[in-house]
Design a binder for this molecule. Structure first.
Ligand code: MSP
Length: 649
């Protein structure tokens, strides 16, 4: 007899930049993928679930240098932290790939060689404006006032040899891919974004090598050049399976991927550049790319910097798991955000979800059911007797849930799948109210009916627990254990009636204790504040009285001479006329104004500051400037012509 080949399912998360400071937004993609991976495993499919880290590039090179360590010394602890986070959240990946892994590096070199040999990578001149101190190349459009947008210094036109990938050649094939295969990129709105923003305006060939960034994969055909990080990173999806290696059996088995799950900001790389590279390699493209939305905080993408700014929200996954458990954090991520859209994150929303769904609905159902079996039947599951009208809806909902969950998961819609399971849970709670077991228990002649009611409840709890297994990893096992079932129970045991009468049922204490939301929010706010003491001061400026303000003397001055302070690239030395006197002032504005620009400027000067010497030059005041978030400065000047010496109040 011919053996049936097992269906395979290959699912990937993006590989993460080892940036540290992990927040709950980072967990979103991976927790969704984990639920999908677990779901497909439970369907009996052979699953390969890939995640990892994206470790090359200029940012890492610079960060490591600024700390005086090697890139690997810088990255290793961050990767360990990330793995720890996945362990805490019970993420069941099959491989954690690092782009610094030897097998990956070798395979990336082979990929470049193949593309070079086929003529899809070619050498050309890349011209741009070069800022020597910053080692950065800029396009004309990126310059700020003709100068380096980073440091404001002069730039020079330079031509550099680079390797380019013929991305433009693949634009028609990518468009055709979307047309022939509308499932390829989801949700649908992302197709329009790609077509209108990138494909229709026309694709340029892509510069795929760097000579300035040396923390990367050296190109096999030109050792002065290093692979562009995105090509290096995207390749992980095939190198992790042994593509271009001695053993490519996993590649043969699992490629093309069933799903690349990615955040919406990186869809362009996955839905344009990546399929073009694969087409050039002559390999099949992934079956589906899904660009999910973001977790927002205060309306913006939750990110490292935003996390600091919005101080009252606890976004640290380690702390969240410690306080509420992995199941609660996973549940929130999988249930709260409408799939494909953005969703606001607040601690209050998280706590409300935990209380409403997990503590009240699920927790209550489980503890009431197991407690009543304990109380009325000594902890032994009673027999299911004759059905009554009210039973039918509960039983049919419990029996029908799997197909609904499956359909939602086929559309990758975990929130919908969970809503289906919780509809069964809610129905069971309603069933308790309708059947009033505590009243049945008072009448010995109703004992058989009471038994049936409790059996139906126990069975609904069992089915719900099995259905919840891909989403929650702790509670379902505890529930199944309390019902005397194997923790491994799977989708093949979903038929209603699976529990055997006579089974010992253990009373389960509340699996999700109810949280006092107001108290917890206050505790969390305190905790977050204590973790950001420096921000506390920055955001909450102490109030002063008008008398305090009056202590500062501010006057209009006119810069009559200005020069650079020797051996300093930040300081300018101005001679400022203030009424009848002249003062020597040193200010840190050399990156923003040249001495020539300063001469003749009317400025606002703090005139009663204690004089100091800066780099040996006397400073008898301070010129006021406005500063934006990026640290750009602009002088504060009177809006109308104003005599020097005028008071500023
Ligand atoms: N290294 C690239 C991916 C290369 S894949 C070949 C990268 N890394 S990342 O660390 O910045 O992001 C990893 C994942 O976290 C992305 O899917 C990203 O969308 C996701 N998230 C980071 N912040 C997020 C939110 N605030 N909300 C939801 N997901 C977000 O991009």
């Amino acid at each position: 007899m011919q053996s049936m080949k097992k269906k395979t399912y290959y699912i990937t998360t993006p590989i993460y930049y080892p940036s540290g400071n992990w927040h709950i937004g980072h967990c979103y993609t991976t927790v969704i993928c984990d639920a999908l991976a677990r779901f497909h495993k439970m369907l009996g499919e052979e699953v390969f679930f890939l995640t990892g880290t994206d470790e090359h590039g200029q940012k890492i090179e610079k960060e490591a240098k600024s700390r005086g360590v090697t890139p690997m010394q810088f990255i290793d602890p961050l990767v360990a932290e990330l793995k720890d986070m996945w362990r805490l959240l019970d993420v069941s990946y099959d491989r954690f790939i690092r782009t610094t892994d030897k097998d990956h590096v070798e395979a990336v070199q082979k990929i470049y060689q193949r593309l070079y040999d086929s003529g899809d990578i070619y050498k050309a001149e890349y011209s741009g404006w070069y800022c020597t101190p910053c080692e950065s190349m800029w396009t004309e459009a990126q310059l700020k006032g003709g100068k380096c947008p980073d440091c404001g210094r002069e730039v020079t036109l330079q031509k550099e040899e680079s390797y380019f990938f013929r991305l433009s050649k693949y634009a028609p094939r990518i468009l055709k891919l979307y047309e022939d295969n509308p499932e390829f990129l989801q949700p649908k709105s992302r197709i329009n974004e790609m077509v209108n923003n990138f494909l229709k305006p026309g694709l340029n060939d892509l510069c795929v090598s760097r000579t300035t960034v040396k923390w990367g994969v050296p190109l096999p055909f030109d050792k002065n050049h290093y692979a562009y990080v995105w090509i290096d990173a995207l390749s992980n999806y095939i190198t992790a399976l042994g593509y271009a290696s001695k053993d490519d059996s996993l590649y043969k088995k699992f490629w093309p991927a069933d799903l690349h799950m990615v955040g919406k900001e990186i869809v362009r790389f996955h839905a344009i550049i990546w399929p073009a590279i694969l087409m050039a390699l002559g390999e099949p493209v992934p079956k589906r790319v899904y660009g999910h939305g973001w977790l927002l905080i205060g309306g913006d993408k939750l990110s490292k910097s935003k996390q600091d700014a919005v101080k009252c929200e606890l976004t640290d996954p380690y702390e969240l798991v410690k306080r509420y458990g992995a199941d609660a954090v996973r549940y929130f991520l999988l249930r709260e955000i409408p799939f494909g859209s953005d969703g606001e994150y607040t601690n209050e929303k998280l706590l409300t979800r935990i209380n409403a769904d997990l503590a009240n609905d699920l927790g209550n159902l489980v503890s009431r059911t197991t407690a009543m079996i304990g109380q009325y039947f000594g902890g032994t599951l009673p027999k299911r007797g004759k059905a009554e009208g009210v039973d039918a809806e509960l039983v049919s909902m419990a029996e029908g849930a799997f197909e609904k969950v499956k359909s939602a998961m086929e559309r990758l819609n975990a929130p919908e799948a969970l809503a289906e399971i919780f509809a069964v849970v809610s129905r069971a709670n309603k069933y308790i109210d309708e059947t009033t077991p505590w009243i049945l228990a008072k009448d010995e002649s109703k004992k058989a009916r009471l038994g049936t009611v409790l059996y139906n409840l126990a069975e609904t709890v069992r089915i719900s627990a099995i259905l919840l297994k891909p989403f929650l990893t702790v509670a379902p096992k505890a529930i199944l254990k309390s019902l005397g079932c194997s923790e491994d129970a799977g989708f093949d045991s979903l038929a209603f009636g699976g529990l055997k009468a006579g089974t010992k049922i253990e009373k389960l204490p509340p699996i999700f204790p109810r949280i006092d939301i107001q108290k917890e929010l206050a505790a969390v706010a305190e905790l977050v504040k204590s973790k950001h003491p420096e921000k506390k001061e920055e955001n909450k400026v102490e109030e002063i009285t008008i008398d305090d303000f009056a202590k500062i003397e501010l006057k209009v001055g006119e810069v009559i001479a200005c020069e650079r302070v020797e051996k300093s690239d930040k300081l300018l030395h101005e001679t400022v006329k203030i009424g009848n006197e002249t003062r020597s002032v040193v200010s840190g504005i050399a990156k923003y104004y040249t001495p020539e620009e300063m001469i003749g400027k009317k400025v606002v000067v703090v005139t009663n500051l204690k004089p100091v010497k800066l780099r040996g030059v006397l400073s008898e005041g301070m010129i006021l400037c406005a500063e934006d978030k990026e640290g750009n400065l602009a002088l504060v000047t009177p809006e109308k012509a104003m005599e020097s010496g005028g008071q500023v109040r």
